[in-house]
Design a protein around this ligand. Structure first.
Ligand SMILES: *[C@@H]1O[C@H](CO)[C@@H](O)[C@H](O)[C@H]1NC(C)=O
Length: 572
């Protein structure tokens, strides 16, 4: 039975109950056994339990990512599910069933003062089962945002750690957000002394501070990081560190990782290349890597020199890569040393500098041909280190999803990026944050854009080639209805253009309250699909479905500041 069906059964039963007043326990007392209606009360306890468990997982916070705290946005994690609490309030019978089901009470999220007694109550309900692992999130605020009695700060963080540390052996996920040094001190103390966490799979440490003075920044960064969990995290798989560093050389547990996210690290607290290399090589199953103003430390002194570019790390199973706010030269250095044969999803937020060399690099078909950038490789390296031809890959060959939040590069490079990504199914681009002319690729013949590319007659092929033949979903952000129309017309200027079978969906930003701002967009949305035949009036054959989305957080134009200031001084 699917979750949805179960949930529906539950809702229907709840409704029945609400409509027939005598409530469960009462009814059991009043009605003789054989008269009992076949409502929810006839469900065996096991089934009821199962429904409760599935219901509580309905808003499972980890469905997108193991990391609940995000570095790239004003953080607002979804509240933890309340389902188990609601069902436990329905009647005595349900309450008994719910309270006996230990796995319903293992999510301990602390965002407010009131969550402290709640967590104590939850813990008491799942205390006896050592198999029920705990998912913990602690979200504290800076002193200036602290409202005693409501938010969590220094005192509260002590209380919380005193509640959770005795159960450290049952932690499965631990997410901690701190905003200043007072809270950081407490976190350092407790994580340094809490002992091993044999079941911890996900560790997310997040220090996000608005450093007002250089003095504060100094205080925040001058103390070396401490050893955490006695260096014993045998099941660790998912690590996210935002603005927090670890004693890299003394953190043997950074291996066997599946999801790795490093964000907002000033160069001086980044891992030396040696440890970065070791971490990747000992994590053969890594499938998600996210670097946001972070990565291995630059080779600023002789002990930090990066190995020659031939010494590549092959990330065999990496599928999902996200890069935000990194320098083009740094990225080139980094990616000449990486091989990623199975990349499926690439997300780029690379504004303000010219990333042409980097995009060209990831577009290269054969790894050996890549010029060695800023490296001191000796010509006589043992041949075992150079990649054998069958290991060479084009990073974009299997790419299915491309998300461009921001990107500056030459239009030629942009075009060849799209042409190489021929397996792409999903494309999302914020055209308000990319190079001028990026949109033209969708409205003009490619050959008119490649005149001076000088790339061995490629432009002839380009002229007849349809961009992204396998595209299923396109989300162009920051373009007008008129632009969308002209791109549609261009894409379908000849039939059959796109390999016919699958229907494309284009997502445009629209909602009822935006009506009348853009008439072309309004009529596209009202029509719900676009077809080249609309215009000739011959037959109505839907080609492109028009879907809408609306991100509520920016009712007008998005503001661009804030993000930057946090990038430059958010690290510690
Ligand atoms: C850690 O990541 C793996 C692989 O993505 C996932 O299966 C697992 O559920 C994650 N662990 C937690 C606690 O989220």
């Amino acid at each position: 039975m699917s979750e949805v069906i179960l949930r529906n059964i539950l809702l229907v039963s709840l409704l029945q109950d609400a409509l027939s007043p005598p409530h469960c326990l009462q009814r059991e007392l009043i009605m003789p056994q054989r008269w009992r209606p076949a409502g929810i009360h006839s469900l065996p306890v096991e089934l009821l339990t199962w429904i409760f468990v599935l219901g509580s997982r309905f808003d499972y916070p980890y469905s997108d990512s193991p990391f609940l705290l995000k570095p790239d946005q004003e953080y607002n994690a979804a509240p933890s599910s309340n389902f188990q609490v609601i069902v436990s309030h329905v009647c005595q019978h349900w309450r008994q069933v719910a309270l006996r089901t230990q796995s319903l009470w293992t999510t301990l999220h602390f965002r407010e003062q009131s969550h402290i007694p709640r967590a104590k109550a939850y813990l008491a309900r799942c205390l006896t089962s050592s198999t029920c692992l705990l998912d913990i999130l602690v979200d504290t605020v800076a002193i200036e945002d602290h409202t005693p009695g409501i938010t969590l700060y220094k005192e509260e963080i002590h209380t919380i750690f005193q509640i959770i540390v005795p159960h450290v052996e049952r932690w499965r996920a631990f997410h901690l957000k701190i905003c200043d040094n007072e809270c950081k001190g407490a976190a350092r103390h407790f994580l340094n002394t809490c002992g091993p966490a044999p079941n911890l799979e996900t560790l997310q440490l997040y220090h996000f501070e608005d450093y007002r003075t250089t003095q504060n920044l100094y205080i925040a960064t001058h103390r070396p990081p401490v050893v955490v969990f006695d260096n014993t995290l045998p099941r660790l798989k998912n690590v996210s560190l935002t603005g927090v560093n670890l004693p890299w050389a003394k953190s043997p547990y950074l291996k066997g990782l599946q999801n790795l996210e490093l964000a907002l690290h000033l160069d001086k607290i980044r891992p030396p290349y040696q440890w970065w290399d070791k971490m990747l090589r000992s994590s053969p199953e890594l499938h998600t890597l996210c670097l946001h103003y972070s990565g291995p430390k630059e080779a600023t002194d002789p002990t930090l020199v990066w190995p020659p570019a031939e010494e590549k790390v092959r990330l065999e199973w990496l599928q999902d890569l996200s890069l935000t706010d990194l320098d083009p030269g740094y990225l080139c250095n980094l990616f000449t040393r990486l091989q990623i044969p199975r990349l499926k999803k690439l997300t780029l937020e690379l504004p303000e500098q010219n990333f042409t060399p980097f995009i060209e690099l990831i577009n290269e078909p054969a790894v050996e041909d890549i010029p060695i950038l800023g490296s001191q490789s000796s010509p006589s390296r043992p041949s075992s280190l150079s990649p054998s031809p069958n290991l060479t890959v084009r990073l974009l060959a299997n790419l299915e999803v491309l998300v461009i939040r921001a990107l500056e590069c030459s239009i030629q490079t942009w075009l060849s990026l799209l042409l190489s990504a021929s397996a792409l199914r999903v494309l999302e681009v914020d055209f308000s944050r990319v190079g001028a002319g990026f949109w033209k690729v969708f409205t003009k013949d490619a050959c008119s854009l490649t005149i001076n590319s000088g790339s061995q007659g490629q432009s002839d092929d380009y002229a007849t080639q349809t961009l992204l033949p396998r595209l299923e979903m396109f989300k162009p952000v920051g373009v007008s209805g008129k632009d969308v129309l002209s791109a549609l017309q261009h894409r379908y200027r000849q039939t059959p253009v796109v390999n016919g079978t699958s229907t494309e969906r284009w997502y445009v930003k629209w909602s009822e309250r935006r009506r009348y701002r853009d008439v072309e967009l309004d009529s596209l949305v009202d029509a719900r699909f676009w077809s080249p035949d609309n215009e000739s009036g011959v037959s109505i054959l839907p080609k492109v479905i028009i879907e809408t989305y609306d991100d509520d957080e920016d009712p007008e134009e998005p503001e661009d500041d804030g993000q930057e200031s946090s990038d430059s001084d958010g690290a510690l």
